[in-house]
Each structure stands twice: as structure tokens, then as C-alpha cells.
Design a binder for this molecule. Structure first.
Ligand code: CO
Length: 291
């Protein structure tokens, strides 16, 4: 990695970290979910940097991929466990970081994902394997009486690329990828009181463009025009002005022009906590860009 890209990763990380911490303070009982999401996304744009994906704000058994819908009326309630997952980029160099806010009495659940993240970060160095990181996450969470979510993983990052090798599992696996100096990836343990596996809900708020093939329907063209500067990075239904989106978005998914990210949830009534940092592997360990 050259100095310029390293600096952009570090700067994106510092901005994401600051905005995430400030934003988390806005999650309070009685406050509007929609207003919080919009205010944090606005803060990112005011910094002169870009969103790598819509702000994810997933409550309780929902682990990931929820965000405000265009007319979202939700209010934070006592007992909510709220995961904020923020991605920003500078010229495509991405920082991905998440934290959880507890509006109930779940501090031990939160500590499990937070300490699992720290345990995994301590393992990062050239020659370590992604499987060793997963084992560190699993041990930390299970020793505290919770389950890691086995089918959610951390992921390698590249310029304008949100998911690439290496995959960083949240459970111990044999082998996995050998880490090398210069690799950039997000580590994101999830601890849960539920089953340890997520499934897809019918709720869909986040999409990305995966094909450039031409479309004829004017409403579909208008949507693709709105998102053409995303470089394939995810966008939110809420960002679109097109009124026919309820018909057009599913059609664009069926024609494999768009990919959809349904909300991912553990079993009803369970609670999920998440913490995430982005790291760059160095000669003797790593730099955490999102501290
Ligand atoms: Co991530």
C-alpha cells in the first residue's frame, strides 16, 4: 500500500470514529429513529466525505441491514439494543465501524461483542490466520454465556469495494486465510441471546447496483441515474425520490441489475450486540483506523 492510500484510510477512519461516537449519544428513549439516521448521514456529508453505505441502525433481534425507510415512524423505546454501523470513504478508501447502544440492562451482552473485537484485534499480524481471529471471537463471547453469530463475518476492503477476501469469521474455523502486511479488513463480532444464526426478513431498505445493462422503463432509469455515482456501493430506498420505487426496485432486483440486502435477524425476542473496527495489517500487528 502506498502512503497516499494509507493516509486516506486513516483519515476516513478518524472521521467515522468521531461521527459514530457523537451519533450514538443521540440514541435515547423517545427520540425519532428517522431523525437520528438522517442527522448522522448529514454529518458525514458535512465533513466533505462520502457514505460507503447507508447508515445501518438495527434494533434488538435485527443484526444488520436495517435503516430508516422513507416514512419511518419508529421511536427508540426502553429496552432497545441499537446497533449503529457506519461506513465512510475518501476517494473509495473505506472505514467501516459499528457500536451498540443499550437502552435496557444488557451491558454484559454489549461487553461480549466489544471484548471479542479487542481479542481478535490482538491476534492480527502477518502470518496469523482468519480462523485464529474467529476462534478468539467465539471464545470471548461463549465464555461470557452468549453466542456469536456464525453466519455474519468481517470482510476485506479495497478501493470502492466493501466485501472481498479475507473473510473474518466470528467462530473458530480450521485454517482460513493467512494475513499479510497491507491487507485492510473489518472485524465485526456479533454476540446474541438467540440462536447464533441470522435469517432474512421481508423488510428491504438497502440495495446496490451490480450490472450496467440498459433499462427502458423511465422510473427505473431515473433510479439508476440517482445512484450512478455510487461506484456500486450500497444505497438506501430513502435516498430515492422516484415515487414508483415500490414496483421498480423489485423489478430491478429480478433482472439482476440491483442486489438487495434484506434485514438480517436472529430469532424473535432475542437481542444482538455488534462492535466493529477497520484494521490495516502492519509488519508487527495492525493499525486500527476507526479507534
Ligand atoms: Co462491516
Amino acid at each position: 500500500m502506498n502512503d497516499e492510500s494509507f493516509e486516506k484510510y486513516v483519515e476516513a477512519g478518524a472521521i467515522a470514529s468521531r461521527i459514530l461516537r457523537e451519533g450514538a449519544r443521540g440514541i435515547r428513549i423517545g427520540e425519532s429513529y428517522f431523525d437520528l439516521v438522517e442527522s448522522i448521514e448529514s454529518r458525514v456529508l458535512e465533513e466533505g466525505v462520502s457514505l460507503a453505505f447507508p447508515l445501518n441502525l438495527s434494533l434488538n433481534e435485527d443484526a444488520a441491514h436495517d435503516t430508516a425507510s422513507p416514512a419511518d415512524t419508529r421511536i427508540f423505546e426502553r429496552g432497545d439494543v441499537a446497533k449503529l454501523d457506519l461506513g465512510v470513504h475518501i476517494d473509495g478508501y473505506i472505514a467501516d465501524t459499528a457500536t451498540t447502544v443499550d437502552l435496557g440492562s444488557n451491558s454484559l451482552l454489549l461487553a461480549a461483542s466489544e471484548q471479542a473485537l479487542e481479542a481478535a484485534i490482538r491476534k492480527v499480524r502477518p502470518g496469523a490466520t482468519s480462523g485464529e481471529l474467529g476462534a478468539a471471537v467465539q471464545n470471548e463471547i461463549e465464555s461470557r454465556g452468549y453466542r456469536p453469530i456464525a453466519n455474519l463475518t468481517g470482510h476485506g476492503l479495497d478501493r470502492y469495494v466493501l466485501h472481498r477476501a479475507p473473510t473474518i469469521p466470528n467462530v473458530g474455523i480450521n485454517g482460513g486465510m493467512v494475513l499479510e502486511e497491507g491487507m485492510v479488513f473489518a472485524i465485526e463480532p456479533f454476540s446474541t441471546t438467540g440462536s447464533g444464526h441470522v435469517g432474512e426478513k421481508s423488510r428491504m431498505e438497502i440495495y446496490s447496483q451490480i450490472s450496467q445493462k440498459p433499462v427502458r422503463i423511465p422510473a427505473a432509469r431515473a433510479i439508476l441515474e440517482t445512484v450512478k455515482d455510487r461506484h456500486g456501493l450500497p444505497f438506501s430506498r430513502r435516498w430515492l425520490k422516484e415515487r414508483k420505487q415500490d414496483i421498480v426496485l423489485p423489478a430491478l432486483v429480478r433482472s439482476q441489475t440491483l442486489h438487495v440486502y434484506p434485514v438480517l435477524s436472529d430469532i424473535p425476542g432475542s437481542l444482538v450486540s455488534q462492535h466493529e473496527h477497520t484494521v490495516i495489517v502492519t509488519a508487527d500487528g495492525c493499525v486500527v483506523t476507526t479507534r
